[in-house]
Design a protein around this ligand. Structure first.
Ligand SMILES: Cc1cc2nc3c(=O)[nH]c(=O)nc-3n(C[C@H](O)[C@H](O)[C@H](O)COP(=O)(O)OP(=O)(O)OC[C@H]3O[C@@H](n4cnc5c(N)ncnc54)[C@H](O)[C@@H]3O)c2cc1C
Length: 461
């Protein structure tokens, strides 16, 4: 519980309807998508940058931990509250401050829902490329903090590639303004790229200037069925070794396909389908058929059972809905999903999928894999029973094996979900001690009292 004088100071700074410490509100904000709960001391709803400056000054003076929060859809515990700390929810900072089609940019507050940015951009023939599966409800502040990405990342890149500048508040209440509004600019250190992906450990983002692109005229979808995971991954490698870049290249393994059966999206797959690829090409109407022809040529090979071309928009939407439902659908296998988000170089993808198949034979729990194959980014889900101590211990051994193999291939622990509380114990496997020490020193500059999202991202010292 917070002492009354601190509640009063926060209420004076933010106004009466913006500071909550009642049990119902605290319970509502006690978790994110991670199956964990920590009750905060208070939840704050700032309305603008100045509110955030004021609350951070109070938090700094009293050394109160501060956890920023978007929609709470993160699955690594990034927005999980800290005991006796404040949760700063950006839900009320949800305004588009400026839409400037001529300069292809939009200035937004952190609480704007991701999909709304894209929707607004499209009213003027533009689009916002990052498309996380949670885009219908995730907030741009959460996307920025996690450097979120989605299927389109293969062609267009990740959130970091679409941020021109930021306004943010440090752990002691200073305002940082980074980047610029132009498409070029090299003045000073690139703090924009530093803050994006920093998981709320360096500063609270209060404003973002986002880059928009011309919207593609059309999109075409291919659906391909393979008789093995390896055959599908070899096809991915062939696609990535030729010139035409698809705007999506997604894989689902057999268990993922089983998980989407209730949606009807897998009803007409040929017998023997063990893996499915969704491949999309976008661009000018006259160009897309040529792209599709080149992609089909590259995708041909051993183990290919069927290519469905001319997938209608409705069919494609149903397939995407099924693909996006997988995060929840896999829970039919077991109550707890240990949700990994590893990346390997595409040239190692086929070997990596063999490794995963082998892992699945050696451990007693189902392992379900799907994701952004074109980026080498697979969501590897260990489906376990949390009350089975032996299974949980085996899952930990399995994770160590998974991460060691990914790193031995030249990969990385997380492609888009981030580290949060869930993966921080493994960060030392990837980042060497000197680099980690430098990162801690950078954090100290932004957050001298170590109150911003403590217990996230960094391993214990
Ligand atoms: C069904 C499902 C599908 C998903 N698909 C994808 C996907 O395709 N790609 C992907 O990348 N992720 C995906 N995710 C994960 C998640 O949605 C993303 O990480 C998303 O970016 C989180 O946004 P949020 O608004 O929910 O943030 P939260 O979960 O609330 O917070 C995420 C992090 O951002 C920090 N934060 C929030 N706002 C700010 C701010 N203003 N300043 C500083 N730090 C801040 C928080 O402290 C936390 O560390 C998925 C999740 C689900 C449940």
């Amino acid at each position: 519980m917070l002492p009354p004088d601190i509640i009063r100071a926060l209420t004076d700074a933010l106004g009466p309807d913006r500071v909550f410490a009642d049990p119902e509100t605290l319970a509502l904000y006690s978790s994110d998508e991670t199956p964990k709960q920590v009750t905060p001391a208070a939840v704050l709803f700032p309305a603008g940058h100045e509110h955030v400056v004021a609350l951070m000054k109070i938090a700094f003076a009293h050394k109160l931990p501060v956890v920023p929060r978007g929609a709470g859809s993160g699955n690594v515990g990034g927005a999980l509250p800290v005991k006796n700390g404040l949760v700063v929810s950006f839900e009320c900072m949800n305004r588009v401050l400026e839409f400037d089609p001529a300069n292809r940019l939009m200035v937004v507050q952190p609480g704007v829902v991701t999909a709304d940015i894209d929707q607004l951009a499209r009213t003027r023939g533009l689009f916002y490329a990052p498309d996380p599966g949670s885009g219908a409800y995730s907030r741009i502040g959460g996307n920025l903090a996690m450097n979120a990405a989605g299927p389109r990342a293969i062609k267009y890149g990740v959130t970091r590639d679409f941020v021109l500048g930021l306004k943010a508040v440090t752990g002691d209440g200073r305002t940082v303004v980074t980047g610029c509004r132009t498409s070029k600019g090299v003045t000073g250190y690139d703090f924009t790229r530093l803050l994006v992906g920093s998981e709320g450990t360096l500063a609270l983002v209060t404003e973002a200037t986002l880059k928009l692109l011309p919207a593609p005229e059309t999109v075409a979808t291919l659906r391909l069925c393979f008789n093995s995971n390896r055959a599908a991954c070899e096809a991915v490698e062939r696609v990535m070794s030729q010139a035409v870049l698809p705007c999506a290249l997604e894989i689902m393994d057999r268990r993922s396909i089983e998980a989407i059966r209730p949606t009807g999206a897998a009803d007409d797959l040929p017998f023997g389908t063990e893996a499915l690829l969704m491949v999309e090409a976008d661009g000018p109407v006259r160009d897309v058929p040529h792209q599709i022809a080149a992609l089909k040529e590259a995708l041909k090979g051993e183990g290919l059972l069927e290519v469905r071309e001319g997938v209608t928009r409705e069919e494609a939407q149903a397939l995407w809905a099924a693909r996006k439902s997988l995060s929840f659908a896999v829970k039919q296998y077991a109550p707890l999903k240990i949700n990994e988000d590893v990346v390997v170089p595409v040239s190692k993808l086929a070997d990596f999928i063999d490794f995963l198949d082998n892992l699945g034979h050696r451990y007693p729990f189902p392992i379900v894999s799907f994701g952004h194959a074109g980026n080498g980014n697979l969501h590897v889900n260990l489906m376990v029973h949390p009350d089975n101590a032996e299974e949980m211990a085996q899952a930990r051994t399995c994770l160590n094996e998974l991460f060691s193999t990914v790193l031995s291939y030249g990969g990385t622990l997380s492609g888009e979900h981030g580290i949060g509380t869930e993966k921080r114990a493994y960060v030392g496997m990837e980042i060497d001690p000197d680099t980690l020490a430098l990162m801690r020193a950078v954090k100290k500059q932004f957050d001298p009292a170590s109150i911003l999202n403590p217990g996230k991202l960094f391993p214990d010292e």
